[in-house]
Design a protein around this ligand. Structure first.
Ligand code: PMP
Length: 359
């Protein structure tokens, strides 16, 4: 008898990853993965150097230092925080712990590409819910819930649309979903939104709401792989049982702890991102490339057609500017562009202007 994987696994496309180089081009500008152009805070880099002196030791298993820092900065109980190897690990652990064959995992039409993979990898059934004009539709999500729904994944702000649900709609969703399902509020881009609590108040109020966060975006530490989640004690106790004992490296823990405490750096990145995002969206609109109002560190640029979007993506790639064509997200006429530093934003707008002029 042949060894067979869980049903659903062979439905998943092999991960090809984003490119970070272009043959023959030296000055590559990567605006395809929503990374922070300003990099991590100096405090995080210093913490990383110090941690390098202790590499012969295993890292902390309980992540006490980082959890305490997160608790202090965000006003949370550290006992209800779990840290992961990127928020991706935690999103996957949630599926592993709560969804299996016969269960349904919901996410929306243009939702983050990993959600169906988390469902399929665990033998659960992915259920795609339609959006309305690239916005998450709470009524449609609630209508799609069944007694088999175990997880509803929702990124707020959403990737790749950049749109977000307001407090009232989130509350309606949290109140409306069955209490046999978890609502997972993926806050990978939450820090870019001034004053947004990323769902903390909902986690405090509903035992079946989980919030996930990452150090890959505003903290500029994507290369170290660190994320965290905040949930009810019951959910944390479950996830803690199945995570690896040493799932975060010592340098990652040290850098993240310093990064989360450096609020001035986070604030600088947030305000610079907002300023440059508005500038870039305005400049592209003048070129005939509109976008929805984004709340994150990228914009979703809309072209006249799929052909034009693909051609623009290729035109820029040929000169070393890497953007993310998002046809695979059900957005065939769109390209997602990360907000870079000022020079990068100007370079990308200039190149799109050239493309428009030439086509
Ligand atoms: N959620 C969303 C919406 C994302 O865009 C990403 C990264 N692109 C992640 C989760 C995962 O981030 P990480 O594993 O780096 O924390």
């Amino acid at each position: 008898m042949a060894v067979t994987p869980q049903p659903g696994i062979m439905e998943i496309d092999l991960y090809v990853g984003g490119k970070s180089h272009v043959d023959g081009v030296e000055n590559v500008l990567k605006l395809s993965s929503n990374e922070n152009p300003f990099g991590p805070s100096d405090a995080a880099k210093k913490a990383l150097e110090r941690a390098a002196l202790g590499l012969h030791r295993y890292p902390s298993t309980d992540h006490a230092g980082l959890r305490a820092a997160i608790g202090e900065v965000w006003g949370l109980d550290p006992a209800r925080v779990i840290c992961g190897n990127g928020s991706g690990e935690l999103l996957m652990l949630i599926a592993q712990a709560y969804a299996g064959p016969g269960d349904e995992v919901l996410f929306t039409e243009h939702g983050f590409a990993m959600y169906p993979i988390y469902a399929n990898a665990n033998g659960a059934t992915p259920v795609i819910v339609a959006e309305r004009d690239r916005r998450i539709d709470v009524d449609a999500l609630l209508a799609a819930c069944t007694e088999r729904t175990r997880i509803v994944y929702l990124a707020n702000p959403a990737n790749p649309t950049g749109t977000m649900l307001g407090e009232a709609e989130l509350l309606r969703l949290a109140e409306g979903i069955p209490d046999t399902a978890l609502l997972v509020l993926d806050g990978a881009y939450a820090e870019f939104v001034e004053g947004y609590d990323a769902g903390k108040a909902l986690v405090d109020r509903f035992d079946n709401v989980v919030m996930t966060r990452t150090f890959s975006k505003i903290y500029g530490l994507g290369g170290l792989r660190i994320g965290w989640a905040y949930a009810s004690q019951g959910v944390i106790d479950v996830l803690m049982r199945i995570r690896g004992p040493f799932n975060l490296s010592a340098p990652a823990l040290a850098a993240a702890e310093a990064a989360v405490r450096d609020r001035a750096h986070t604030e600088k990145c947030r305000s610079e991102n907002a300023r440059l995002r508005e500038w870039m969206a305005g400049a592209l609109a003048e070129l005939g490339v509109p976008s929805d109002t984004s709340t994150a560190n990228f914009i979703l640029a809309r072209f006249a057609s799929e052909e034009e979007a693909r051609a623009c993506n290729d035109y820029l790639a040929a000169q070393g500017i890497l953007l993310r064509y998002v046809g695979g997200y059900g957005l065939p006429d769109c390209i997602r562009i990360t907000v870079g530093d000022e020079a990068s934003c100007r370079r990308v707008v200039h190149a799109i202007g050239q493309f428009k002029g030439a086509s």
